[in-house]
Design a binder for this molecule. Structure first.
Ligand SMILES: [Zn+2]
Length: 438
């Protein structure tokens, strides 16, 4: 068989691995949007490198849009086979793709419509974790990867080989998502590499800093704004703050802070997390998703009226890099005031509004310059991706004879390859559009 990465090779978005078996069957693992600068996103508009109508099936590792966001384009291209995925991924996918189609509508050249999304969702075929299914001669199983609700790594058995695709791998001992499951026997691992050359601080330390900062700034009379990625992150931040506050005897202090969750997609995701909590870690408790002073904003009018209120409060709003979503009007309203604190809990890519705020560059929101008098505080350590230690720990549970690396920046891939080679593995880096024979 041959594997070709048509995306997420030497980069971190656009996940897309095409496999062609010796008998000519073609299938795909993930088909995500390229995200980032306009040059990177141009790849979304390039012709698809294979004929979607000839694909036997598609496997989706998890719902994040850089893994799932181009699936409707396959259906537009004639794909009619099943899309295998986990149950929570199916639920999150619906929310994410509908949202993506709505964003597309604002583009001059939409990639797909809501109708294409519904045709795509009709092809989904949810499967349980650790329970192999067969598609022809190919056995497929999904296993907990601990990165997002329902996120999976996938094991395939075909042509007398076992191949494991990592999807995105989460962090061990993180208190919210379960640990990645052990790989078990495998010949080949195709692994993500996002943080293959770096180390995260402990997530619990990040939460201690966040809780302390939020309580202190509220005491000083500040409006605190946390831009957060809608799916997963808004739920996780609320849960993590309230859980730690209870454990450290500070829940009374946190309960004094009017807290607003302002993200329509984030609230949909929160409900799915509640419904599918069996897929979360044992320390998840839905009681931390609500509180006497926690307000889930359902109505866009409430979101805008918040901007006129001067009382100290906490706003957790999407999107994470302040490029779009409700966060933009909150920032426009509150950034010019010294009574505002903005806390960044996620990575801010180059050329985003979030990055400009973080670096003290001129801030333009909706073509309007915005003065920044607010205090800006980045807090690191919340990443949903494993670092080098996590990825190494996970790979060691499989003892593969060969490792293929994708989903990483070029310099990270080289470092990570060298490290794994020093551990005795045979390691190759995937190059976009170059087939590798397995
Ligand atoms: Zn992901």
């Amino acid at each position: 068989m041959q594997i070709t990465a048509y995306g997420s090779a030497g980069e971190v978005t656009g996940s897309n691995s095409y496999i062609q078996t010796d008998d000519g069957t073609g299938f795909l693992i993930d088909f995500g949007l390229f995200q980032g600068s306009p040059a990177i996103e141009a790849a979304n508009y390039a012709p698809i490198e294979f004929d979607p109508s000839k694909l036997a099936f598609v496997i989706l590792t998890h719902a994040h849009i850089d893994h799932s966001g181009r699936l409707p384009m396959l259906v537009k291209g004639g794909f009619r086979g099943p899309i295998y995925l986990s149950y929570p991924t199916r639920d999150l996918l619906e929310a994410l793709l509908i949202d993506s189609a709505e964003i597309q509508l604002e583009e001059s050249d939409p990639l797909y419509t809501e109708e294409d999304v519904w045709k795509t969702l009709a092809l989904t075929y949810p499967v349980a974790f650790n329970d192999p299914i067969n598609h022809g001669d190919i056995a497929i199983s999904f296993h907990q990867s601990g990165h997002l609700l329902g996120s999976a790594f996938v094991k395939l058995r075909l042509e007398e080989k076992t191949i494991t695709f990592s999807g995105d791998v989460g962090r061990y001992r993180n208190n919210f998502y379960p640990d990645p499951a052990p790989i078990g026997p495998t010949d080949i691992v195709v692994s993500e590499s996002t943080y293959g050359n770096s180390f995260h601080r402990k997530k619990i330390d990040a939460y201690h800093e966040l809780l302390e900062t939020v309580i202190e700034k509220f005491r000083q009379g500040q409006t605190i704004i946390i831009p957060a990625f809608s799916v997963g992150r808004t739920t996780e931040i609320l849960h993590g703050l309230r859980q730690l506050a209870e454990q450290t005897g500070r829940l009374n202090e946190l309960d004094q802070i009017p807290t607003y969750l302002d993200s329509p997609l984030g609230l949909k995701a929160l409900e799915i997390y509640r419904e599918r909590q069996d897929y979360l870690s044992a320390s998840f408790d839905e009681k931390y998703l609500s509180g006497p002073n926690v307000h889930l904003l359902q109505d866009p009018g409430e979101s805008y009226s918040l901007d006129k209120k001067t009382h100290p409060k906490l706003i957790i709003s999407s999107g994470g890099m302040a490029q779009g979503g409700h966060i933009t009007h909150h920032l426009e309203a509150f950034l010019p005031h010294e009574t505002t604190t903005v806390i960044f809990v996620g990575f801010q890519a180059e050329e985003t509004v979030g990055r400009a705020i973080l670096e003290g560059l001129p801030v333009i929101i909706g073509e309007r310059p915005v003065e920044v008098q607010a205090e800006i505080i980045p807090i690191s350590g919340f990443s949903g991706h494993g670092d080098r230690d996590d990825l190494s720990e996970w790979i060691a549970t499989g003892s593969p004879q060969r490792i293929l690396l994708g989903h990483g920046e070029p310099e990270v891939l080289i470092d990570w390859q060298a490290y794994l080679a020093s551990q005795g593995y045979q390691v190759d880096i995937l190059t976009r559009s170059e087939a590798i024979t397995l």
